[in-house]
Design a protein around this ligand. Structure first.
Ligand code: RIB
Ligand code: CA
Length: 313
C-alpha cells in the first residue's frame, strides 16, 4: 500500500517534535510533503526554527519547512513558554538549524499541494492552533473537497481544559480557526486531551528512549525530562503526555485508538468558555456528527510503536 501523503502543521513544542520524528521514521506508511509552522506554543520565528531543528535531528533536511501565520485569526496570540520553555524546545542542546526556510508562505503551500495532488490523497495533520488550515480554507475554498482527512490534536471533553477550565490550548489559541475547520465538511479525526493524557511518558518509557543511545533517543528523553514537569505539577501525572505523537501514531496504527463519530462544535462567543470543544459524546444534541472524537488509546502499544520507530533514526 502506498504511503499516505501528509502535511504536518505544527508549533514545536517538544511533543510536536516527537510527532514529527515518528512520521519521518515511518516512510512505509507516511510521506511528509512538507512541514508548515504556525504560532502557538512559542512565536512563529521559533516554531519555524524548531521544525527545522527536528528535521536536521532526523537527518531529513530534504523535507521542506514553511512559515505560516504569526497570530490567530481574530485574537491576540497566547503562547505556552511555561510548558515548553522559552525556545519551545527546551531540554536537549540541539544546534541552530542550517537548512533554509522555504520562501513560499505555509498557507500557499497547503493550497498548492492540495490542488496539485490528486483529490482525496493528502491528509492534513495539525498539531497546533488551526490558523494556517483555516486561512487556507478561507483563501481557497475549493481545496476543502480535496482533503483526504484532517487528523488533529486538540480539544477535550471529559478532561476539560488545560489552558482555561474549559478549553485545550490548540483550540483556545484560535477558536475562530477551529470553527472554520470543524465546519469544513472534511473528514476529521480528533485526538483530544481525553486520549493524550493517557499517553504518559512514565520513567520506564523514557528510560527506553534514552537506552536507544542514539542522538534521537537521547534528545527525546531530554525533551520529555523538561516537558513533563508542567503536567506532573498540575495533574500529578506519571509523566509527560505525548499529545501530538497520537496524531502520527494514528496514521500508522489506527487500531491503537478508539472513539466515537459525534458532533463537535467550538465555543467562539463566551470568554468564559472560549475555545471549548462542545463534544456531543452522549449524542443528546441532535446535531449532525462531524468528527471522530477519540476517547481511548492502547498506551503500551503506542509506546512500543514509538520506541521501535525512533530506533530507526
Ligand atoms: O494542549 C496540548 C497541545 O498544545 C499540544 O499540541 C502542544 O504541543 C500544544 O501545542
Ligand atoms: Ca503542538
Amino acid at each position: 500500500m502506498a504511503p499516505r501523503k501528509i502535511i504536518i502543521d505544527t508549533d514545536p513544542g517538544q511533543d510536536d517534535a516527537v510527532a514529527i520524528l515518528l512520521a519521518l521514521a515511518s516512510p512505509e506508511e507516511i510521506q511528509v510533503l512538507g512541514i508548515t509552522a504556525v504560532a502557538g506554543n512559542v512565536p512563529l520565528r521559533l516554531t519555524a526554527r524548531n521544525a527545522r531543528m527536528v528535521c536536521e535531528l532526523a537527518g531529513r533536511t530534504d523535507v521542506p519547512v514553511y512559515a505560516g501565520c504569526d497570530r490567530p485569526l481574530g485574537r491576540e496570540l497566547v503562547t505556552a513558554e511555561h510548558v515548553h520553555g522559552k525556545t519551545g524546545l527546551d531540554g536537549p542542546d540541539l544546534p541552530e538549524p542550517t537548512m533554509p526556510l522555504q520562501e513560499t508562505h505555509a498557507v500557499d503551500f497547503i493550497i498548492d499541494s492540495l490542488r496539485r495532488e490528486a483529490p482525496g490523497t493528502v491528509t492534513l495533520c495539525p498539531l497546533g492552533p488551526l490558523t494556517n488550515i483555516a486561512m487556507a480554507f478561507e483563501k481557497a475554498p475549493d481545496i476543502m473537497a480535496r482533503v483526504a482527512e484532517i487528523v488533529l490534536m486538540g480539544g477535550a471533553y471529559f478532561e476539560v481544559g488545560n489552558i482555561t477550565p474549559a478549553a485545550e490550548f490548540n483550540i483556545y489559541v484560535d477558536p475562530q480557526a477551529a470553527h472554520i475547520v470543524f465546519k469544513s465538511g472534511c473528514k476529521i479525526t480528533v485526538m483530544p486531551l481525553d486520549v493524550t493524557h493517557k499517553a504518559l511518558v512514565t520513567t520506564p518509557r523514557n528510560d527506553a528512549f534514552r537506552a536507544l543511545g542514539t542522538p534521537v533517543g537521547i534528545a527525546v528523553a531530554e525533551m520529555t525530562d523538561f516537558f513533563e514537569r508542567f503536567d506532573k505539577e498540575k495533574y500529578g501525572s506519571a509523566g509527560a503526555p505525548l499529545h501530538d505523537p497520537c496524531v502520527t501514531a494514528y496514521l500508522i496504527r489506527p487500531d491503537l485508538f478508539t472513539g466515537r463519530f459525534i458532533n463537535v462544535e467550538i465555543e467562539t462567543h463566551s470568554e468564559l468558555t472560549m475555545g471549548m470543544t462542545v463534544a456531543d459524546w452522549w449524542r443528546v444534541s441532535g446535531r449532525a456528527p462531524n468528527a471522530t472524537f477519540m476517547g481511548d488509546v492502547d498506551a503500551d502499544g503506542f509506546f512500543a510503536l514509538l520506541t521501535e520507530r525512533l530506533a530507526r533514526l
